[in-house]
Design a protein around this ligand. Structure first.
Ligand SMILES: [Ca+2]
Ligand SMILES: [Ca+2]
Ligand SMILES: [Ca+2]
Length: 397
């Protein structure tokens, strides 16, 4: 290299008799400065974190992370970004075969996050995304499944902090129950039959009842793997969406039905096969007197198919009439199955409790005026803390 020189102003490698050390120091500073700039301003890096069947603490990044705690009592922290948490059968079964629980940590400003139970196959999952009803029952911000429970609440500086989870995907088994609250929720049944979906944003059962919840605009989607009856009860909102894609209008039979058998047509039935359907309770009017009892206004404002979208109740109602009057070959087959399917759906539904809310707890609290659920939740967290093995872990939240 002797005798070879870069022009001095351009290269930090320039070998002057006096400036060598200083140039190298400058180079190092430049590189470090550039790296820091990249880390600070560059796109957030997402991570995929997977735990063991023991008790894990998994911490995401500021990007959109994928977090899988597996079995055991895990603490899952997505931090900022739109994170997805994955759960399978036995998702909080401890090594000694006792049932533990996972703790999900997501503060309100930390992205739009999803709990995905699609890998649960053996039993129903129940997901409730209603942190504003913690005072009614801690189960309103939690999810349960086969040998699994995940609490959307954590303890910080001795106080309980509610996590905010926006979206939920059900399991492949039958009988999932997913309920959204005052936030904008995306709810997916996840496959299987007899899934009950809904959103209680808009709830109002009077001053003596549970706290009112502001109406919210929610999305229900991904019904292609439904194998039986899925029902939707959405309390309020002005821009709710039922996304029936990939079905097109020709793939389904659409009926306006008298679900509560009081002589008035009020619900929407979308038959998707001879054995499967989606029912929107109260799409066209009051169902089971729940408008007066709890302020259920079941209308979904936009119903989207692969080939068309309907944004007014009247357009959909007209389509329901047309679908019944002049069915094509496939639609005739679906229409023939419709009455039997409606009966099946009625048998699955509890008219007084369409979303099977933890009503026992709500009555107990309403009667006593005490705050036992919070105590319950503290006990649960305390028990959890005691069941955790004593090992150092780095808590960065
Ligand atoms: Ca684990
Ligand atoms: Ca997050
Ligand atoms: Ca909602």
């Amino acid at each position: 290299m002797t005798g070879f020189r870069f022009p001095r102003p351009i290269s930090p490698f320039a070998l002057s008799s006096t400036g060598r050390g200083r140039s190298q120091w400058r180079l190092g500073t430049l590189v470090v400065t550039a790296l820091v700039a990249l880390l600070v301003s560059g796109p957030a890096l997402a991570a995929s974190r997977s735990g063991t069947n023991g008790n894990d603490t998994l911490v995401g990044t500021s990007g959109n992370d994928q977090i899988t705690g597996k079995a055991g009592s895990d603490t899952l922290k997505g931090r900022a970004g739109n994170d997805t948490y994955f759960f399978a059968n036995n998702f909080s079964l401890n090594a000694d075969l006792s049932l533990g629980h996972d703790t999900l940590v997501e503060r309100a400003n930390e992205g739009i996050d999803t709990v995905n139970f699609h890998a649960v196959r053996d039993a129903p999952v129940s997901v409730r995304l209603v942190p504003s009803w913690l005072s009614v029952d801690p189960d309103f911000n939690a999810a349960t499944g086969p040998s699994g429970e995940v609490l959307f609440v954590f303890e910080a500086n001795g106080a309980l902090v509610q996590s905010t989870v926006e979206n939920a995907i059900g399991g492949q088994g039958d009988g999932d129950r997913i309920v959204g609250g005052g936030g904008k929720n995306i709810i997916q049944p996840g496959g299987g039959a007899a899934d009950e979906l809904g959103d209680i944003g808009g709830w109002n059962d009077g001053s003596a009842g549970n706290p009112e919840i502001a109406a919210s605009n929610d999305i229900y989607k991904d019904f292609a793997d439904n194998t039986g009856t899925d029902t939707i009860a959405d309390y309020g909102g002005e821009k709710d969406v039922l996304d029936m894609r990939p079905f097109s209008i020709e793939d389904v039979a659409i009926n306006a039905i008298d679900f509560d058998l009081n002589g008035t047509v009020e619900s929407l039935q979308i038959v998707t096969s001879a054995t499967s359907q989606v029912i929107v309770l109260g799409q066209f009017g009051d169902v089971f007197d729940q408008e007066a009892k709890s302020n259920l206004h079941g209308q979904i404002e936009t119903i989207r198919f692969a080939d068309a979208a309907f944004s007014t109740a009247s357009a959909l109602r007209n389509l329901a009439i047309t679908s019944t009057e002049a069915p094509s070959g496939k639609q005739a087959e679906l229409a023939a199955a419709a009455d039997g399917l409606a009966k099946e759906a009625r048998a699955l539904t509890d008219p007084s409790d369409l979303l099977r809310l933890p009503s026992t707890a709500s009555k107990r609290i309403a009667a006593s005026g005490t705050d036992t659920p919070r105590a319950d939740q503290h006990q649960k967290l305390d028990k959890h803390a005691k069941s955790q093995p004593q090992h150092p872990h780095h808590d960065r939240s």
